[in-house]
Ligand binder design. Structure first.
Ligand code: PRP
Length: 209
């Protein structure tokens, strides 16, 4: 059988993913010292871990080159989801929030509001659900800058501790939804490698704290 692969989001989710796999009884020594190498075996499992950026985790799983993936619900909401979302892993907890400068009333006035976000689809859908017409501006990172520089009236972004908002004079206007890391599975792989995948899911489920 070819080596099965699980794409894991690099950055904040990687450490918690490794901790979960270790509690599930897998050997993650290689994943813990990745260097510049991007694919590492997960000892005791039929899987190799593939280190990828969050949107790419979804791309690799949707195309079936990775049977499974670990990615934040934020990325799933922003992109298509042609895969099974099988498990809320319980880590990477944060929320999507609408935030604006502390000293301003976001809803005051009648002009179309400008919303900056790394997640334009999430921002658009949120205001659509409120029946409010807004102009959404895509920003790639440090989105808190957009209202500070006068490009936007507010942001829709991830809030974890709230310290980035606070440090930049912004505050939450409304919470949009809560978020956490999810285990996703390619639909064809679920049929082809059902036993291997279900065994892995069950071991992870049992190891969740
Ligand atoms: C995320 C998010 C906020 C910050 C929230 O950005 O976009 O800026 O973290 O975390 P906090 O509530 O704990 O302060 P990230 O650090 O991923 O960097 P980026 O903005 O450059 O994408």
């Amino acid at each position: 059988m070819e080596q099965l692969k699980i794409a894991i989001t690099k950055g904040r989710l990687l450490e918690d993913s490794i901790a979960l796999f270790e509690r599930a009884g897998y050997d993650c020594e290689a994943l813990k010292k990745p260097g510049r190498r991007l694919i590492h075996p997960i000892g005791g499992s039929p899987f190799a871990g593939v280190l990828a950026k969050a949107p790419d985790v979804i791309t690799y799983v949707e195309h079936g080159v990775c049977a499974m993936g670990i990615v934040g619900r934020d990325t799933i909401m922003e992109h298509s989801h042609d895969f099974y979302e099988v498990l809320d892993l319980g880590f990477g907890r944060c929320r999507f929030a609408l935030a604006a400068p502390k000293d301003k009333d976001f809803y005051a006035g009648y002009e179309t509001k400008r919303i900056a976000s790394k997640y334009p689809r999430v921002a658009h859908d949120y205001f659509l659900s409120k029946g409010m017409d807004v102009s959404v501006i895509k920003i790639e990172g440090s989105v808190e800058l957009a209202p500070l520089l006068g490009l936007a009236d507010a942001i829709v972004d991830i809030v974890e501790t709230g310290s980035t908002l606070k440090a930049n004079g912004l505050e939450i206007v409304e919470e949009v939804c809560s978020l956490s890391a999810r285990l996703i599975v390619n639909t064809a792989a679920m049929k082809l490698y059902r036993d291997e995948i279900l065994d892995f899911i069950e071991k992870c489920r049992g190891a969740m704290t």
